[in-house]
Design a protein around this ligand. Structure first.
Ligand code: S3P
Length: 438
């Protein structure tokens, strides 16, 4: 067996100052590639996230005959669309890597490709994540998907079928599930209405409309989405804002580190994603939104955060979709806040890249955190002085970066195992951390 690489040493002490631009939004990056692929004409993408997850989406699309230009930091990307029905049957397994968004949205994209066969697979984490939440509603539209555990676990085989429109209540509040169904609906026979149990991020709705889809959003806070198949999608120019889920690490880092003053530039501020700003405001964080503007259909702004005293917070189920990926780093913030912070209704975190409730509880406890893990959340007592320890990302990108944030306020050095996980969503994180530390 190959020896595991040495852990990354995160030294204690110092503060954070300066400006940082986080890489492109992961959700918007996936969607721009996928929608560009099935549009007619060329899609130009500025600011696409050059990280492992979108690379998985691009590789799958290339394997089906879509020309996607090379993806590298700072370079615009072009996608030569093949039209709604132009995807070729791939000669090999489609590898979705670590990316749940890739696999779930691909299921929706491919289910209706009549006469074509597809096999989707991924890494060990992805092979353990539930896919029935997409496969079951797609079956209601006529999809045929086989896999382990009755079609719930990858590897998954999709036998393309003619799909029929349907009215579908999604089983969980998940933008991935919703987006898979919207993709399938584009080529189904007749309209499809998707009803969400709670509103989730609406990047697909915004972008599909811009690409020319016939899409209607109604109900309380946009919970009913109806797609009428027919119109061809047209290639667009997409400008991807910085990912608020990546900005979250700097927002919390600055809020908890004595003397810190950071400005995160060009962050996407879609209201379906800004739950972390509400929580930080409720904690009393010194946070301001600067230069709020609209860029290509998505709200964007710069965020300045300075260190200051923090109060404990409460996060309940209704808020989870607006900050689902930020809970690990908010758990770190809770260790530095006065009082007991409680997170509930967050059982979804157990089926992310890792079981994030268990992993954060385990790793933060090693650093001296006082917390309790519940079936659907965490209670965290603060302020608790953290100390350096031997910790591990357990292969989860958001855990790796959250523990790096915790190390900033720990007494003594922290040694982090498997830091390379950060490259799934933020390959430049360690360089940015080194640059911002003073
Ligand atoms: C995503 C939606 C969220 C989020 C994931 C990306 C998306 O997952 O956790 O990182 O791009 O739609 P769920 O929709 O399954 O909650």
């Amino acid at each position: 067996m190959a020896a595991r690489p040495a852990p990354l040493v995160l030294p204690a002490g110092g503060s954070l100052r300066g400006r940082v631009t986080v890489p492109g939004d992961k959700s918007i990056s996936h969607r721009s590639l996928l929608f560009g692929a099935i549009a007619e004409g060329t899609t130009h993408i500025e600011g696409l996230l050059p990280a492992e997850d979108p690379l998985s989406t691009a590789a799958c699309l290339r394997a089906m005959g879509v020309a996607v230009s090379a993806i590298s930091a700072g370079q615009p990307v072009t996608v030569e669309g093949v039209g709604l029905d132009g995807l070729r049957e791939p000669a090999d397994v489609l590898d979705c890597g670590n990316s749940g968004t890739t696999m779930r949205l691909m299921l929706g994209l491919l289910a209706g490709r009549e006469g074509r066969h597809f096999v989707l697979n991924g890494d060990a984490s992805l092979r353990s994540r539930p896919m029935g939440r997409v496969g079951d509603p797609l079956a209601q539209m006529g999809a045929v998907i086989h896999g382990r555990q009755g079609g719930n676990l990858a590897p998954l085989a999709v036998q393309g079928q003619p799909l029929h429109g349907s009215v579908i209540g999604t089983p969980v509040a998940s933008a991935q599930v919703k987006s898979a169904l919207l993709l399938a609906a584009l080529t189904a026979e007749g309209p499809t209405t998707v009803i969400e149990p709670a509103p989730t991020r609406d990047h697909s709705e915004r972008m599909l409309r811009a690409f020319g889809a016939d899409l209607e959003v109604g109900g309380d806070l946009g919970r009913f989405i109806t797609v009428r198949p027919g119109p061809a999608l047209r290639g667009q120019t997409v400008v991807v804002p910085g990912d608020i889920s990546s900005a979250a690490f700097w927002l919390v880092a600055a809020a908890i580190t004595p003397g810190a003053d950071l400005t995160v530039e060009n962050v996407g501020l879609n209201p379906s994603r800004t739950g972390i700003l509400d929580v930080l405001a409720a904690m009393g964080a010194r946070l301001s939104v600067l230069h709020a503007r609209d860029v290509a259909g998505e709200p964007v702004g710069d965020l300045r955060v300075q260190h200051g005293p923090l109060r404990a917070f409460r996060i309940k189920e209704a808020m989870i979709p607006r900050l689902v990926d930020e809970i690990p780093v908010l758990a770190v913030a809770a260790c530095c806040a006065e009082g007991v912070s409680r997170i509930s209704g967050a059982a979804e975190l157990r089926v992310k890249e890792t079981d994030r409730l268990a992993v954060m509880a385990r790793q933060l406890t090693l650093m001296g955190a006082r917390l309790e893990e519940h079936a659907d959340g965490l209670s965290i007592e603060g302020p608790t002085p953290l100390h350096g320890a031997e910790v591990d990302s357990e292969t989860d990108h958001r855990v790796a970066m959250s523990l790096a944030v915790a190390s900033l306020v720990a007494r003594g050095d922290t040694r982090l195992g498997r830091p390379e996980a950060a490259a799934v969503s933020y390959p430049g994180f360690w360089d940015d951390l080194a640059r911002l530390r003073h």
